[in-house]
Design a protein around this ligand. Structure first.
Ligand SMILES: *Cc1c(COP(=O)(O)O)cnc(C)c1O
Length: 523
């Protein structure tokens, strides 16, 4: 073993017994309670000040640090030797992590569905973690449960799910989709069991014939959910999209008819309202009609596009979402909330019963009968954060229109940037932007498909390593493309122009390098 670098902090050997007791006593000084509130304020403020200073001085979204560099720095920390105080721990953290963090508030960040966060939500985050309510039961949360319930009602109302709607906050869109499909699966299985021939069968025997229909552009968490729910990846029937990257309803109708002919069970149709790559919104009304014809559950994954429920100018683009049996919505994307904050909503509250399990020690059935509001009855989590508080303080401070305006702003920005790229002869734009993403690639005149395919991932990696900007990558029909995901209402068209120029310069330089090395190799 290498010698400990912090041996000077260890107490002398002859004081071992005494120091153990002192340490135990000292540890209580860290507990957050009435006696230590001054320490709480002072220490938390140090952390807040550090982040504020950091953000004020950041001039790029990233430093370009490599995994090897950061792994070595973190591995070198001796976890057996605590530092003297919070200030020292924060100073260490600054070099380990904050210095090289990826900053979503920086206008050079245009990669994934991460938002800059609003301040009221950060206040909420500080409050909810200090009070540390747990939303599984009433006796661990009290008023927090009422705030969560009120926000679920508010969300369901804005979606238009009707008077029987309900739902629960979750850790993210992935979990919301899993819970929605779990409910859809159990709902379907319950119906299959109405047939006397199936009534006595165990669950696995009933899963074989279930199918889930979703578009080729849907989120991978749908396929993963199918796997986790015991159906397998191959229970997902992938429906092609048109040029506009929306599910083709005629293709869906054909697949449903084929499913019916083979005596398979169309368990769920999953529409996406805002695909992760293109922001495209499936034709919700048509898909809903098909789900009614075939008796399928209709789930709408609005993890990304759900922000439109508070949009003042773009709400109509998700018309039809109100027809869903269940909806996924991610507040930590288009509501500018810190991770994590998401919800699943259902049209009929009784269907949440598919995840109810009464545990005598926690949420006995007698409590449900006595109308004690235990949210764990509706959730696949047990201990659960009071994430709803962040949205609550956001709405109570900025109002829904304020949040909607931030999203509207980036939708407009994406449209303008799309115009810019469409006219640029060095770039191909894959589709007209539908929400706030742009999928494009560098391909100047004369460059063939294969060369563009090889070059674009290298442009992306090179720009990431420079730290000057962060852009995403994806594939379109098997070809590599670049992607902007815009969620920062402070980003201007000028900022995006700068990133585009950086991509162009990088692409041109990598091309020249490649040409030089080929001719060098030939010489
Ligand atoms: C982001 C996203 C998800 C997954 O949500 P997480 O919060 O990352 O778990 C699911 N569906 C769509 C369409 C998404 O964009």
């Amino acid at each position: 073993m290498t010698p400990l670098p912090h041996t000077q902090h260890l107490p002398p050997a002859e004081h071992d017994f005494g120091s153990g007791v002192e340490r135990a006593l000292a540890a209580t000084n860290y507990l957050f309670n009435a006696g230590n509130s001054a320490r709480y304020v002072a220490d938390v403020l140090q952390g807040v000040n550090l982040v504020a200073t950091k953000v004020a001085r950041t001039t790029a979204p990233f430093t370009g640090a490599t995994p090897a560099q950061l792994a070595a720095q973190v591995a070198a920390v001796d976890l057996a030797a605590p530092l003297a105080d919070t200030a020292a721990a924060l100073a260490e953290l600054d070099t380990l992590c904050l210095r090289d963090a990826v900053y979503f508030h920086d206008t050079g960040y245009a990669a994934h569905l991460n938002c800059p966060v609003v301040i009221p939500a950060l206040v909420g985050e500080a409050v909810l973690s200090a009070v540390n309510s747990s939303l599984d039961t009433w006796d661990q949360s009290a008023g927090a449960t009422m705030i969560e319930r009120r926000l679920i009602d508010w969300t369901a109302e804005h979606i238009g799910l009707g008077p029987d709607a309900d739902g629960v906050f979750t850790s993210g869109g992935t979990q919301s989709n899993l819970q929605a499909l779990l409910i859809a699966r159990n709902h379907t299985v319950a119906r299959l069991r109405l047939d006397p021939a199936a009534a006595g069968l165990r669950l696995p025997a009933l899963l074989d014939r279930l199918r889930i229909f979703t578009s080729q552009a849907s989120h991978f968490s749908i396929a993963k959910s199918a796997s986790m729910l015991g159906l397998g990846y191959d229970a997902v029937v992938t429906i092609p999209c048109g040029e506009d990257r929306r599910m083709d309803p005629a293709a869906l109708a054909a697949e449903l008819a084929a499913c019916h002919a083979e005596v398979l069970v169309p368990m769920a149709i999953v529409a996406t309202a805002g695909t992760t790559d293109f922001g495209s919104i499936d034709p919700l009304r048509e898909l809903s009609a098909l789900s009614r014809t075939y008796g399928s559950w209709f789930h709408v994954d609005a993890a990304y596009g759900g922000g439109r429920i508070v949009s003042t100018r773009h709400r109509h683009l998700i018309d039809g979402i109100e027809l869903a049996n269940s909806v996924t919505i991610d507040f930590h994307k288009t509501f500018f909330q810190p991770v994590s904050s998401s919800a699943i909503l259902v049209r009929n509250k009784a269907t949440l019963g598919h995840v109810t399990y009464y545990a005598d020690y926690l949420n006995p059935e007698s409590a449900a009968k006595a109308d004690i509001p235990n949210q764990v009855d509706k959730s696949i989590q047990t201990t659960r954060r009071f994430d709803a508080l962040k949205l609550w303080l956001t709405l109570r401070t900025m109002g829904a229109d304020g949040v909607g305006a931030l999203f509207d702003e980036v939708i407009d920005l994406a449209a303008r940037a799309g115009g810019l790229l469409a006219e640029d002869p060095d770039f191909d734009l894959a589709a007209t932007p539908a929400l706030s993403t742009l999928v494009f690639r560098y391909r100047p005149a004369g460059m063939d498909e294969d060369a563009a395919d090889a070059l674009n991932p290298r442009i992306r990696a090179s720009v990431f390593a420079s730290g000057e900007a962060v852009v995403a990558g994806t594939t379109v029909d098997g070809r590599h493309f670049l992607k902007f995901t815009l969620l920062n209402a402070e980003t201007t068209l000028g900022d995006l122009r700068q990133i585009v120029e950086l991509l162009r310069r990088t692409g041109a330089a990598l091309r020249t390098d490649a040409a030089a090395s080929i001719s060098g190799g030939a010489a």
